[in-house]
Design a protein. Sequence first.
Length: 415
Amino acid sequence: MRIMSFLYRILSATIYFILWPYGRIRAASGSELWRGRFGLIPNQGKTDVWIHAASVGEAKIAGYLIDYLRHKKPGMGIYLTTMTVAGHKTAVRFKSDGVQVGYCPIDSIGPVKRALDNIKPRMLIITETEIWPNLIEESHRRQIPIVLVNGRMSDQAFSKYKLIEKMLSQVLSNYDMFYLKSEADKKKFMFFNLPDKRLVVAGDMKFDAPVLSRSVERIKATRQLMGASENDFVLVAGSTRPGEEEALLKLFGDISESIPTFRLILAPRHLNRMDEIKSAIALKNLNYAIYGSPNGTAALTLVDKMGELNDLYQAADLAFVGGTLVNVGGHNILEPVWAGTPVIFGPHVSNIAEAKDYVLTNNYGVMVGSIDDMKDVIQKYMKNKSLFAIKSEEDLSHSPTALAGDYILERLSRV
């Protein structure tokens, strides 16, 4: 184990010195990335928590945790780092008074020490499974508690880590607590001789996005742009693909024939298909309006601009997310859930399998096999709106984010 650790330190130091001439010039010329890589971070005074997130997905998860921690303790000081430029762009969204953003240092002892000296964290929080031995061991040496949130270990990573079992066991032993995504992840971490009491299966934090604030005034304004009254039943079909619009138009014709208060809002995935969709509507002799220009008679509305889905989903009674009735793999079925609206989706969900399980487990929506099945669900829901659960802010208090967040706050009180 000592040999492996020594070799790792030599390797990381070699990489650091190779990069030094170029990186130091870039840092001196103002590159935030290279300043972060070399630990040349502006002195932060005293930081409550340093949260590290590798890239975009992990940065979003860090954002949920930051929202939770700052809600519970508004004055908390947080420093958020990422490895990638794309992750940094995501992290910047969370920047505010008390929340600073930068890049993680190269895992060589010099940059790591400089970063810790400048950030001065009371706690280090690492998302997913970023294992940087020098950062972890130096933090532990300084008696900084280390917590892993949303921890996971893929089968491929596990196979590699087993080859350095003793070294990794030593590195992981420096953590205070592990909040893991699944029982399968826990079993993999247990292989490295970690005590069971430090391993908590919390679930996946990526589903813990805060529920969008539902403003009655904004919902009313959006429904007016649709041409929908308070008593109308609105189905918003978002991110639709070729083949789905035709099926939805048939569904619209069938339902509206007997229920005149039924309204369909079509928001296609790609706006360059608008002429194609308008032609399909014309073939069915349907009257339609463009979103934002209701004509008072059309119960079918076509959305011809991007960036409207959050408002549309919030104002809907029910949502359908496209790419699921045709073999595309599915689009984001969580957007309506976070907007507080039940979601319907088709069987083609290869790209969103985990989200599908989450929605079905919590009864936030339903998967249908065909447009006819979808019609049955809509008609049943119009008669009895208790078919589905509605995600609320209360759900966050019993979430993986809350479980990890409450431990972090409690542990900070003892530092």
